[in-house]
Design a protein around this ligand. Structure first.
Ligand SMILES: Cc1ncc(COP(=O)(O)O)c(C=O)c1O
Length: 375
């Protein structure tokens, strides 16, 4: 293989340059213009419930969710130990005590079983991550949160277009956050969405999005001037981000079709003769993932980094993924118990390249190299 096959490459939508030019021509490059409003409408149609805010990142969306919770000293938020830093830092920034929840042994997601023993009087919210776009356990986690009267929040950073039991991932929690970072299947460089399923949060979320002001009411002609009303920050996406995102959203069915073909080919090529050394990701109905990440689970952790180095030496951008945050230099200050399954996934997982510029030949080559490593 002459060219390095990178782990991710952003998709380029046909209309994105034209839409960006349109933004430049309009003179409104900042936020809350025509493209933001079209993206908002897209997600109203997609989720068929609640309302949404376009943000400059999924992290920003999580931070808005954390501000809405009005966390006080001593309040606890349950967060997976196996996740990206900002799933936790968004809540830690607001003073929450982070309580690390373990993954299951079968799948990197947390579950009602791993979370139940962690809930107490101080628990304000449970945050679930849909790892690799897979929503395994979402209904049970929602039911558990309802049983205890705590907020259920979905970090659906990787889960745009994932379905869980006939619904889209992101429609279960009172709020959910999606990422459009350029490592995601649909992206605008940096970008995010806060989907708000519980009406009670919507008005205040719009104030928090706009630096704590009622600028959105002002723009809608509802108040004669805008003023500082609440805590907030600069969380909105620019029109340039929204323009790229809209072009990509419009092409999402094609993007996911292309990715699905590559994902299925990986499964086909790796599913026989390697059971003693690797396992393939669970992708069972009703948790049909969106193909955001293709990974293999290597049975012998001691070979994981060597396997990644071998694949890289063959021009393949294989990579590990999240670390176990309860052992991280900052996250360990919240640690009260081990998270052995989060550690398992941190040690055993290898991501393989998956993006729309890859060909069937690329997947064939990568699968061949995986086989060669284990021969
Ligand atoms: C689970 C999870 N949450 C949050 C984020 C942060 O997303 P963003 O880069 O859009 O802020 C990521 C990024 O990949 C993620 O994987």
């Amino acid at each position: 293989m002459d060219q390095f096959i990178s782990l991710n490459r952003p998709y380029t939508a046909i209309k994105q340059l034209g839409y960006i030019q349109d933004v430049f021509d309009s003179g409104n490059w900042s936020s809350q213009g025509r493209y933001t409003s079209k993206c908002n409408q897209f997600f109203r149609d997609y989720f068929e419930t609640g309302d949404n805010l376009l943000t400059h990142s999924c992290t920003a969306a999580l931070e808005i969710a954390a501000l809405l919770l009005d966390l006080a000293e001593g309040d606890e938020v349950i967060v997976p130990a196996f996740t990206f830093v900002t799933t936790a830092s968004a809540f830690a920034l607001r003073g929450a005590r982070i309580v690390w929840a373990d993954s299951t042994r079968e799948h990197p997601n947390i579950s009602a079983e791993t979370v139940r023993p962690l809930i107490n009087q101080k628990t304000k919210a449970v945050v679930m991550v849909h790892y690799a776009g897979n929503s395994r356990g979402v209904e049970q986690l929602l039911a558990l949160c309802e049983e205890y009267g705590v907020q259920f929040i979905e970090d659906a950073a990787q889960a745009y277009f994932s379905r869980a039991g006939g619904r889209f991932a992101g429609s279960y929690g009172s709020m959910s956050a999606i990422s459009f970072h350029d490592t995601k299947p649909v992206s605008c460089g940096e970008g995010g969405l806060l989907q708000i399923n519980d009406q009670k949060w919507i008005d205040r979320a719009k104030v928090i999005l706009e630096k704590g002001t009622d600028r959105l009411l002002y723009l809608g002609g509802k108040v004669p001037e805008y003023n500082w009303r609440d805590l907030g920050s600069s969380y909105a996406a620019s029109e340039i981000q929204a323009a790229v995102l809209l072009a990509q959203l419009e092409e999402s069915p094609q993007i996911f079709l292309l990715r699905r073909a590559l994902w299925d080919q990986y499964v086909h090529l790796l599913s026989s003769g390697l059971d003693h050394v690797i396992k393939l990701p669970l992708n069972q109905i009703p948790y049909a993932n969106n193909t955001s990440v293709f990974y293999i689970e290597i049975i012998e952790a001691s070979r994981r980094n060597d396997c990644i180095s071998f694949l890289r030496s063959k021009g393949i951008g294989a990579s590990f993924h999240y670390l176990n945050l309860c052992e991280s230099p900052f996250g360990c200050r919240y640690k009260t118990r081990d998270c052995p399954n989060a550690q398992y996934w941190a040690d055993h997982l290898i991501r393989l390249p998956l993006h729309t510029e890859m060909s069937a030949m690329d997947v064939h080559y990568i699968a061949e190299m995986v086989r060669r490593y284990f021969e």
